[in-house]
Design a protein around this ligand. Structure first.
Ligand code: KIV
Ligand code: ZN
Length: 551
């Protein structure tokens, strides 16, 4: 890298708009969406989608609720042309879905594009030519007027062919490609020249798409450019102003959101931001950002995992684990304090009574997009006792008493630390079982009988002590008290019970109960034990032995 980058690079010139309005505005409704997955997304794949993959993705987009879908560049290849024909001839698009096709301002391409649209119900013909100084100079070697002439000629060639699409509802769209790198005055001039040909009206608008083809500035600059055009272009009421951002500076979403505040009506983008270079705008993120502010995004993303499956299968791309809303780790907390806060927030929400979602660390309820609460917490060595307890309870219904969580949490953490990786719920349960339930040495239960007379319970515990049969008997006001006395009267550890709780475990084959018992030894030390049995009384006896065996 250069010590002095200014020797090679320059700042982007700001737009003069001292009374800009967009910073004071608030978004209150969803824009019109247009998916460009099947064109901008597809052209950026190492292996472009075949027709059946494009069909599968097309249907997934329709199911999400997209009403405008750019299906391709029909004049670019046979696959693209055939795909378009199949959509139309097999009537795959619902009547309220507009099929958008892209074409450059060139006669042969326009001709082929019009052919590809015969018999369609509703189409958007999207014509573009590039307008930035670098494109004018390097690619075309043409003046502004010559570049404008390309656009005007292309617009006229399309207009001249519209009569051949009888019975098809048509919307026209123009993009001054590389708009964000173009002087706003020239972008206005060329767009108005196209408008002069197409003659849009407020009743029959045309779409003016203003692409951030390559992000060259901060998102506030794009917003200024959009507001400038919206305020200065003639006949604004006859236009649908559309945004099409890319993500070169990683601010495609921000640029779109600010562009909407600046007056745009429509947004083009792709699922999960697939597209050329760093990708197109991620429509899922913008839609979910609206949703988390209580605005209906007018897209149904309630089965986001299903959509990710289709997307990954069709495009061969993957959604990164930390991708907003969609990533595998988005609803996962690793830190103990986060886990604790989430657990408390979810408990408060589930109790009811709060009007709006306000759970720490979770911008939305994962359940709203088909993600599961149990994805919220996983355990690694940084997790606190709260995370461990949450996982045992949510996955296996093992509700550890608070004080026992304090004992088992560090034990589990040490084990996870030793493994040096994240552990699953099943692994945590196995640790718990090893630590408490399977503790059968030195004391092991062989049998336990009780008889009661006049409120006094007498017990006979058949035990193995270090493998040797040992019978203990004792009396008390219940089986546990009788066992405590039985130990007290024998040559065995003396203890008292300081904490007890129990609950049933999941129904079914394993139908059983679990008891948790804390004992206090004669020397003041306390230990927890746990026992599982189909009989709750035996579960508690086993829990006592588990605690004694852990001293
Ligand atoms: O990024 C872009 O400028 C485009 C145009 C064709 C709209 O994809
Ligand atoms: Zn693009």
């Amino acid at each position: 890298m250069l010590k002095n980058p200014s020797a090679k690079y320059r700042p982007f010139p700001p737009v003069t708009l001292p009374d800009r309005q967009w910073p004071n505005r608030v978004q209150t409704e969803a824009p019109r969406w247009c998916s460009v997955d099947l064109r901008d997304g597809n052209q950026a794949l190492a292996v472009p989608m075949n027709v059946s993959q494009k069909l599968e993705l097309f249907h997934a987009l329709v199911k999400c609720g997209f009403k405008e879908i750019e299906v391709g560049f029909p004049s670019a290849s046979n696959t693209e042309f055939t795909f378009n024909r199949r959509l139309i001839e097999e009537r795959r698009a619902p009547d309220d879905v507009w099929l958008q096709v892209l074409v450059q301002a060139r006669e042969d391409l326009i001709e082929r594009t019009v052919e590809s649209l015969m018999g369609a119900k509703r189409v958007i013909i999207h014509m573009y030519n590039s307008t930035s100084p670098a494109q004018r100079r390097v690619v075309f070697g043409k003046s502004k007027d010559e570049i404008k002439a390309i656009a005007v000629k292309g617009a006229q060639m399309i207009k001249d062919r519209l009569h051949r699409l009888k019975g098809t509802e048509i919307m026209l769209q123009y993009s001054p490609e590389s708009f964000s790198a173009t002087e706003v005055e020239f972008a206005k001039e060329i767009s108005e020249a196209v408008m002069d040909v197409w003659q849009p009206t407020p009743e029959h608008k045309m779409i003016l798409n203003l692409p951030d083809t390559v992000e060259v500035a901060m998102p506030n600059v794009y917003a200024d450019q959009i507001e400038w055009i919206c305020r200065n272009i003639k006949n604004r009421a006859s236009l649908v102003v559309s945004l099409h951002t890319h993500n070169d500076r990683s601010t495609g979403v921000a640029a779109t959101e600010l562009g909407l505040l600046a007056g745009a009506d429509r947004v083009e983008g792709t699922l999960f931001g697939n597209g050329e270079r760093t990708g197109n705008l991620d429509i899922v993120t913008v839609a979910m950002n609206l949703y988390m502010h209580g605005i209906d995004p007018k897209l149904d993303l309630s089965n986001l995992n299903g959509l990710i499956d289709v997307y990954e299968r069709c495009t061969g791309m993957t959604v990164p684990p930390r991708h907003p809303y969609a990533g595998e780790l988005v609803f996962t907390a690793f830190s103990g304090s986060h886990q604790d806060a989430i657990k408390k927030g979810l408990a408060e929400w589930e109790k009811g009574g709060r009007p709006h979602w306000d759970v720490p660390y979770l911008t939305i309820d994962p359940g709203d997009i088909g993600r599961e609460y149990r994805e919220v917490i996983r355990v690694n060595s940084q997790s606190g006792k709260g995370g461990v307890a949450y996982l045992l309870e949510s996955e296996f219904g093992i509700a550890l008493p608070k004080d026992m969580q304090r004992e088992f949490g560090p034990i589990a953490n040490d084990e996870v630390d030793r493994l040096g990786r994240e552990v699953s719920g099943a692994e945590l349960k196995a640790m718990f079982w090893r630590e408490y339930i399977e503790r059968e040495f030195p004391w092991q239960l062989e049998g336990f009988e009780t008889e009661s007379k006049n409120g006094v319970v007498r017990c006979r515990a058949k035990l193995l002590r270090e493998g040797k049969p040992t019978d203990l008997t004792g009396e008390g006001n219940g089986p546990l008290a009788a066992l405590v006395h039985a130990f007290g009267s024998a040559n065995a550890p003396k203890f008292e019970i300081t904490n007890y709780s129990e609950h049933s475990l999941s129904a079914g084959e394993e139908a059983s109960a679990i008891a948790y018992i804390q004992v206090k030894l004669a020397d003041g030390r306390t230990r927890w034990g746990a026992g599982v049995d189909t009989n709750i009384e035996l579960a508690s006896i086993r829990a006592v032995l588990s605690a004694i065996n852990r001293t």
